[in-house]
Design a protein around this ligand. Sequence first.
Ligand code: NAD
Ligand code: MG
Length: 383
Amino acid sequence: MKGVAILGATGSIGRSALAVLDQHPDRFRAVALTAHRSGEALLALAHRYRPSLAVIADGEVPAGADSTPTEWASGRQALLDAATHPDADVVLNALVGAAGLEPTLAALRAGKRVALANKESLVCGGELVMEAARQGGGELVPVDSEHSAILQCLQGSRAGDVRRLVITASGGPFRGWSAEMLAAATPADALRHPTWDMGAKITIDSATLANKALEVIEAHFLFGVDYARIEAVVHPQSIIHSMVEMVDGSVLAQMGFPTMEIPILYALSYPERLPYECRRFDPVAAGTLTFEPVRADRFPAFALGVEAGRRGGTAPAVYNAAKEVAVQHFLSGRLGFPGIAEAIAETLERCPAAAAQSLQDVLEADARARRTAEEFVQRLAPC
Ligand code: NAD
Ligand code: MG
């Protein structure tokens, strides 16, 4: 029986993770559950899963909490307590955004396995995260479907076997759109993802292809592969979740109908495989699989992100912070779709990369980038 702490239990990944736990009540127990502000939703989960600890990261413990057998706490420290809970063998980090970095570091330093959905941890603090895992004896296992695919393809291979990682992208809702159409794209258009049902932030990141840049950076750190050997390709059917090309020219791919439950289960059970009931793969129903290059000209946020990754230091944290600010303003209707990449480009220019040797370095770069991106939005669309 493994104890699982789920950070961000009320979100899209958090709910999928609880569905995974439902199928294996004899293997996994939810020991800690957290939510950002949604007390009511967390209360319902506490009644159902009876965790030892429930945390509201930013808000009040809900009325009625004492009707559960659970200990309740609130605030940032309580979130870190959930990430290092003594009964947790696995910490599933399903938080959204740069706020996920510190809990990842805390869990790894406490020697936990971190099942990582929060890709921003590696994007903002890749070197710190890998160092925390080495120092604390913690282990990082990806939840992101592309990285789970790569991890699965790498099973049984040896150091030096890999020539190239090929990360697939659905292309998002705006695949094939002209520059004129993109200029008029609304949040509702961007939230209509063709193949995946996800939280709002990652859905917009899929529309700009920034998500694919984050995933290239994530792969660089997770698998220790340099940027020159990581490629992204658009695969609109989202059946092949990623590929690994070996030095002998063999290409391994992991496939299935899109669902996050399989990569979540694999991150919990790895290296073991557990049985799971879900829609079975049917090659005939999947039909034709197609591939296209990433249109970097239409989706400048992709190239900006990969370039920030190559630059290293605080550049990826700056990229991510500017993007988070710009996405919020796009969702609120203040910024047009092309404005997201413009805000990122300007912020990267005005916040040069520095060394990212401590959490403090990263948090300062993040804060400065947020201010810079806000100034850009204010100039472009004063309110
Ligand atoms: P979501 O918005 O649906 O859920 C986020 C969860 O984190 C919620 O429980 C929310 O209450 C909590 N939260 C949000 N901000 C917080 C903060 N500042 N402090 C503490 N808690 C906070 O997001 P999601 O789609 O589940 O994505 C979670 C992470 O997983 C993201 O990094 C995303 O990029 C990654 N991811 C998601 C999917 C997917 O299918 N949804 C796939 C791959 C990777
Ligand atoms: Mg992904």
